[in-house]
Design a protein around this ligand. Structure first.
Ligand code: NAP
Length: 259
């Protein structure tokens, strides 16, 4: 896609301190956008800021679990007449769900960040965009939300919830000139996947994920999914009847555990 297509546009990326969010900030700034960077770690956001192209980018530290912090940032945008074209929600906590014992606090935190965090955001962003007269809300789920995966109980559930939420939002906000998109990545090399000790087929780099997202944001489609080899396989699994899905997954699991 042509450079400078984002010239004059402001994109707020939440979860911009590492991985796909940080790479996306670099990619969109390279395409001419002004970026607002948010996540919890302010020092890391400042480091990402130093790698962006162009000028005028802003840092707003934010913990999405804190609904009042979301409210205060959006009030600040209003006070300072900062127009925002697109908001991309990337935050996620992830951990494999062990069969040996579950950490219920971690499960609560995952739900609070991955799912409730998105509700916290949209609760204040919706009225802001309605007043502005336009806007784009982009929620990052995962192909892990297509079906329940082994060892993925809370993560898969939050991502499935997020995808459903994005669909409802798209239907509800169209009349207000607010575009809603869903991002469904396959495996991407980031600090999140560095924790995994199982095979991750068709894994791509965060920079390639960022390019796919930046291209998709300007297109008509609702879902931005990549890499296609992986997401097409996942989509086939998604449309399988339950008995077929559990049979296929049983074979895959056996192959992995027998290795
Ligand atoms: N990597 C993959 O293979 C993959 C696949 C499918 C979907 N995804 C999704 O892609 C998104 C980005 O993941 P990633 O792989 O780039 O992981 P990552 O490098 O771990 O990035 C996660 C980001 O979320 C931020 N974050 C975490 N808790 C937060 C909170 N309470 N408030 C605000 N920000 C918070 C982190 O920053 P702070 O720690 O500074 O807050 C960080 O910037 C996630 O939604 C993930 O589920 C990733």
């Amino acid at each position: 896609m042509a450079k400078n297509v984002y010239s004059g546009k402001t994109v707020w990326i939440i979860g911009a301190s590492s991985g796909i969010g940080a790479a996306l900030a670099r990619e969109l700034s390279d395409r001419g956008a002004r970026i607002i960077l948010s996540a919890r770690r302010e020092n890391t956001l400042e480091e990402v800021l130093g790698t962006l192209c162009g000028e005028g980018h802003l840092v707003y530290p934010l913990d999405v679990r804190d609904v009042y912090a979301v409210q205060s940032i959006i009030a600040d945008f209003q006070d300072k007449n900062i127009a925002v074209d697109s908001v991309i929600f990337m935050p996620a906590l992830y951990g494999q769900h062990s069969s040996k014992g579950h950490d219920i606090d971690l499960i609560h935190q995952m739900i609070a960040v991955n799912l409730t965090g998105a509700f916290n955001l949209v609760h204040y962003l919706g009225p802001f965009f309605k007043k502005q007269g336009y806007g784009q809300i982009v929620l990052c789920a995962s192909i892990a939300g297509y079906r329940g995966l082994p060892m993925g109980q809370p993560y898969c559930a939050t991502k499935a919830g997020l995808a459903s939420y994005a669909e409802s939002l798209k239907l509800d906000l169209k009349k207000d000139n607010i575009d809603v998109k869903l991002i469904s990545p396959g495996f991407v090399r980031t600090p999140l996947t560095d924790k995994n000790d199982f095979p991750m087929p068709f894994m791509i780099e965060a920079e390639d994920a960022a390019k796919a997202i930046a291209d998709g944001l300007n297109q008509k489609g609702f879902e931005i999914h990549f890499p296609k080899h992986m997401t097409i396989l996942a989509k086939i699994l998604r449309v399988m009847p339950g008995f077929c899905y559990f049979w296929v997954m049983g074979i895959i699991l056996k192959k992995i555990t027998d290795k």
